[in-house]
Write a protein that binds this ligand. Sequence first.
Ligand SMILES: NC(=O)c1ccc[n+]([C@@H]2O[C@H](COP(=O)([O-])OP(=O)(O)OC[C@H]3O[C@@H](n4cnc5c(N)ncnc54)[C@H](OP(=O)(O)O)[C@@H]3O)[C@@H](O)[C@H]2O)c1
Length: 358
Amino acid sequence: MKMIDSSSLELSSDSMLSVVGSQFSAAFGAGVEPQTTDNRQLTTRVAIAGATGYAGAELEKILRRHKHANVVAAYSSGSFSLEALFAARPEVVFLATPNEVSAEVVPAILDAGIKVIDLSGAFRLGEPSLYPSWYGFTHARPELLGEAVYGLPEWCNGELKKARLVANPGCYPTSILLALRPLTYLLDRTQPVICDSKSGVSGAGKKADVAFSFSELFGNFKAYGVGQHRHEPEIRQGLHLGERAALVFVPHLIPTVRGIYSTMHVAFTSPVTDEELTGLYRDSYADAPFVRMLPAGQMPELKDVVNTPYAEIGFQLLHGGRRAVIVSVIDNLLKGAASQAVQNFNRMLGYAETEGLL
Ligand SMILES: NC(=O)c1ccc[n+]([C@@H]2O[C@H](COP(=O)([O-])OP(=O)(O)OC[C@H]3O[C@@H](n4cnc5c(N)ncnc54)[C@H](OP(=O)(O)O)[C@@H]3O)[C@@H](O)[C@H]2O)c1
């Protein structure tokens, strides 16, 4: 039985990640028994598929320090199979795998009586007909899209406790929905909701692609996937914009490893004041340990949230309170992926929401 020290999974640089990734692939290659930590006196048995990826590595780091999680298995692509997973007898499986992989394995995992927290986009959209065009595949069990709980924990109530399947939100949607959900009923839907978002390169995962190479990104800044990004229908769904209201989502790549900086431009049906918006945010996030609101007129910075599980939001009213610019920042691998997944886990299992995260 191979034991891997998860403390080696430091996300200090891309090269470090690829070294760690290859160590994991070697350790968990086909035929090698996954690591177990059954000797730890913890209460819920969890497994991680995609533990050698950027999001999965963060997830494993958090879960290994979580008082109530017993990580019974962690898989790379080479070591993952449903047989191996079922043999490890997890109660909850985290999938930090590509969309197609999650879509394929989730039905069998649920049928085996195991709960799933899926970090991919495979179960985030409620409407099955959106998958062929936005994700390039058709769901074999589309009814699961209706069952999946969209796990933006700040906007969930008791449904997480009962959930068998949680669809962890995408990183861009997390930053945008946290900022705009409190304002949903104030928005003037005759005017476009404009979301101008920038992401560090780890948002694309560890795949090798010239567009994400150092020489393409260093000293550079570029928009990509305008009108075509998979997170667009997720943002539309999360803001209840329907099919008609105009949404403009422009993702950009910035030359940094991690972090998302979203700038939203919105109009209101009638003028609002600083006090009204501040009150709305305060009421929405009174019990949210990982959302920090800045005073009116103060804008957040990426460096204040990178490597943390927090989202930070600031706003500036314009044109006599008829419009606003709202800025929201998160770490894409934490609040945009792994720490949010653990918030969902904590809510599902009835643990303190902050367990493992502070
Ligand atoms: N990166 C982010 O900021 C972010 C944020 C939110 C959500 N997500 C989502 O989280 C998931 C993982 O993203 P990531 O950025 O961590 O990707 P990544 O760095 O590319 O890692 C992908 C992981 O999935 C494993 N994998 C690939 N194909 C597999 C297969 N056929 N069977 C089992 N495992 C397989 C890989 O194993 P190997 O190491 O062996 O290749 C690796 O562990 C994706 O669905 C992504 O959309 C990512």
